[in-house]
Design a protein around this ligand. Sequence first.
Ligand code: WQD
Length: 355
Amino acid sequence: MANLLITGGAGFIGSHTCLALLLAGHRLVVLDNFANSRPEALRRVAELAALEPLQARGCGDWATADQRLLVHQGDVRARQDLDPLFAAEPIDGVLHFAGLKAVAESIAQPLAYWDVNVAGSVCLLQAMAAGGCRTLVFSSSATLYGHPEQVPIPEEAPIRPINPYGQTKAAVEQLLADVAASQPAWRIARLRYFNPVAAHPSGRLGEDPHGMPSNIFPLISQVAMGLRPVLEVFGSDWPTADGTGVRDYIHVMDLAEGHSATLALLLAEAPQLLTLNLGSGQGHSVLDLVNAFAAASGQPIPIRLSARRAGDSAASIADPGAAERRLGWRTRRGLAEICRDGWAWQQANPQGYGA
Ligand code: WQD
């Protein structure tokens, strides 16, 4: 059992990973500014982990009665929010999810993305070093590959981000490589997610984008729910089997379990810099996804074929071999389960976690 700091633990991937880590027996301290998440997600994590009722700790902080989950409202860019967490108790490792993650938004607001994603990571690493903690799992992204030369994409593929969001992920990856080279005591994993989708099968946790979603899975869910009239399909002339974009969709619970396996490896092995793709290794087109979601939901999903979206590529699929070899982990949930669980979340939470 380890004592872990989870930044951004109330977010989509963070909350599902918190559940996996609690079920694996760890104790969690969560720091989240709730800019793009809600405290309710963590209350439900506690519920699903069958933890004791909650105890308020003042100023938005709270903990479960057994102290296995502590929640602090704060910002990774603020040392005054970070330092007390490392001073209060020994932190064995950090999983760093806090960050902004929408490609289109990053193009419109690059300063915000460099501030939160890069300056926030710098501040976290400084607080970790000052607090004597040198074990970190970083939430990276396949976006940094840009337009891949080859598919499936191995970790050795060129890093060629094509938008500010991808640039910030590449910048933090470089920072982590520099830190690992400067001080061999660091244990660092950089996990490059492909397309995280779906939800916990209970329907109690899921993706709750604030405002208009930019990525396809919440959009399809909302069309199936009748909250949106139609799904725009960006491009039907790609060099793919059916002309629509192909992606490697990974169930968020598979992703969460991948994080738990990565943490176990870092804690057990000698200091290292580990870089892994987390994906299924299987590609599905937009039309594959639409048909699978219609089958899972029993709902029609009207589509409108439209022009390609700027910045998109035809196909992005992981070569997942390194993660399987190093972690003994691979995805276990396929497209039908992805759509079943995503629909269960959407149906049970039409307004997400609520106001
Ligand atoms: C998937 C496919 C679109 C919306 C993004 C981020 C990436 C990662 C995952 C964090 C593409 C098509 C989409 C729509 C559509 N996030 N599409 N109509 O762009 O592969 O990756 O999310 O790490 O960083 O870039 O995901 O869901 O936007 O698109 O046809 O309304 O669906 O063209 O082929 P993407 P996406």
